[in-house]
Design a protein. Structure first.
Length: 154
């Protein structure tokens, strides 16, 4: 009887070992936390218009890639990402939700991933790299257009 109990104990330890050795496999992450974690790995990646990976991103290519890596497909267009999500107030935004801006004229033309507080991560523009910015900066504050979630139903 003891041999069977010991074998069962060993099997249980081996089954949980990946969670102990590799905390990134922790299933306690919310999808939003996972999205933020994935996005932060790309800080410093160059901006390239029309790119969705392979060493560079534009803004919507960045969000589409990060969401795709988390198992949520998004189109490669800021406007389409805005139209496809559930509209939320910024006060209701959680880490991993998307925030949108009107840079070019009066249309949605930029997107980033909300980190919490007033910070977001994004691929800003030509000559720059994926970075964290504050929505409290005047440039972003006056261009803010809305937030959406793909992570929960409203």
């Amino acid at each position: 009887m003891k041999r069977g109990t010991t074998l069962l104990s060993l099997i249980m330890i081996m089954a949980t070992a990946p969670l102990i050795l590799y905390p990134e496999n922790d299933t306690k992450h919310t999808t939003g936390e996972l999205i933020v974690e994935i996005a932060k790995k790309y800080i410093g990646t160059p901006y390239r218009y029309g790119s969705g990976g392979q060493g560079a991103f534009d803004c919507s290519g960045f969000t589409a890639k990060i969401y795709g890596d988390a198992g949520i497909p998004l189109p490669h267009s800021a406007m389409a990402q805005f139209d496809g999500g559930f509209k939320i107030d910024l006060a209701a935004a959680l880490p991993g939700d998307l925030v949108f801006f009107k840079i070019s004229r009066d249309r949605i033309s930029h997107v980033g991933i909300f980190l919490g507080e007033k910070d977001f991560i994004h691929a800003p523009s030509s000559g720059k790299k994926v970075m964290v910015s504050s929505m409290d900066i005047k440039y972003w504050k006056i261009r803010y257009a809305g937030a959406v979630t793909y992570l929960r139903k409203q």
